[in-house]
Design a protein around this ligand. Sequence first.
Ligand SMILES: Cc1cc2nc3c(=O)[nH]c(=O)nc-3n(C[C@H](O)[C@H](O)[C@H](O)COP(=O)(O)OP(=O)(O)OC[C@H]3O[C@@H](n4cnc5c(N)ncnc54)[C@H](O)[C@@H]3O)c2cc1C
Length: 472
Amino acid sequence: MSLAALEARLAEDLACLDLPANPWVPPREGVTDVLVVGAGMCGLAALAQLRLWGIDRSLAVDASPEGYEGPWETFARMRTLRSPKSLTGPALDLPALTFRAWFTAQWGAAAWEALGKIPKGQWMDYLRWYRKVLALPVRNGTRLTGLCGEGDLLRVELATPDGPESLLARRVVLATGRSGLGGGAVPEVLQGLDRRYWAHSADDIDFAALAGRDVAVIGAGASAMDNAATALEAGAARVDLLIRRESIPAVNKLTGIGSPGTVEGLAVVPDAWKLKIHDYCAREQVPPPRHSVLRVSSHPNAQFHMGCAVTGAAPAGARLRVDTSRGSFETDFLIAATGFRNDFADRAELADIAPHVLSWADRPDFPEGLAKDGALGASPYLRDDFTFREKTQGACPALARIHCFNDAAMLSHGKVSGDIPAVSTGAKRLARAIAAAFFAEDVEAQFARLEAFDTAELQGDEYAPAPDLPGH
Ligand SMILES: Cc1cc2nc3c(=O)[nH]c(=O)nc-3n(C[C@H](O)[C@H](O)[C@H](O)COP(=O)(O)OP(=O)(O)OC[C@H]3O[C@@H](n4cnc5c(N)ncnc54)[C@H](O)[C@@H]3O)c2cc1C
């Protein structure tokens, strides 16, 4: 099968499912129905589902150039995805829209059998095709710069290639990725330190410039391994991995028990269970993939330092002195592979709404033992439709129209808006809620449509009224 044949099959599948639905949302002059911010995997899946369900005055914007959305061709430094190739990801239950169908159409079934993990560039190619084959309207090079309520709508400020632009939308979906509500999590000891000595693992790092130099990497997760390996492959003289724990976590807990039950159930179990499960997973941590660790350890000049917490860092001439719980040493460059955090302070575009967003730590029943400013406490406490809630009732009603469809939704909704496995479930949950809300909000207009609808199915020639009842 060729890609053209697959595309024909997808079109036929959609026709069999009677999709896309006819547009049914009453238009409002000059108003976008749903603006999706971010056209990475989650934004594309959300936009696709909305349009398949006839909410077609919807579009996405993304700050990145076309084809370079998300981490895959930017700061993702692994060779392949961690996920198994069989996951159906953003395919929205359409077999012809899966990575497998796309791959097999081009390289055949034998190549599919032979494929181990999906090369990251190929995953990006698949997302590019996904956007193209569904004809999803995405404006690239367009960044959200401001967001606030205006009447019963949202006022959206954008920086576009043609200059600033302002538009009105009924709903905004923040599909802005891992750092979508914040940025890189940076250890306190690095804050304020001149950036020529260090970078966050999601930064654009000039690895060629690290050839022949010493590099230290903080962390033991997948990104720590990927960045260490990239530095080693670029010719770093030595790479020291500074790992706080006594051993690298080895068991991928939540993925291990993954099931349709976890996908649906983590959204509905009581809050105490959500906190207990995610706190446990955060403490256990996700191990780096075995192949990523081997990619590092295959270099004799890579050193894994266990039980080695970083306690300080300061310039020492052209080098950097790093203090750790196991002593001090000097290096040329340090990479903090320390993950991401939800901190609105790094997101100027959300400054108007940020002070009003209710977080899990704001809840009276938030457990004493958990840090209020930690990852769980700082997570937004979302409604069933992914919208934010207000800290103070009535202070920012616009929040009920802003959907948080990114990694920060995990504690409220489970893992349906960040990773590949269940993104279709998340996109459907989101689109279902928006479809229902649009109908409910427009119920008068929908009732008027009902009254006005007068296309007769019967033409009057199907039957003749009987003159009398039997016996009369
Ligand atoms: C290095 C790395 C490797 C990963 N590997 C895997 C894996 O193997 N398996 C797995 O299941 N998951 C993996 N993940 C997790 C997850 O699948 C990815 O993070 C994925 O990219 C999430 O998709 P997303 O759409 O939520 O975010 P992204 O793909 O990051 O897309 C968000 C988009 O929002 C845009 N954006 C942000 N702010 C604005 C703004 N203000 N205005 C306009 N646009 C904006 C960005 O430009 C970006 O394109 C990985 C994550 C990382 C970081």
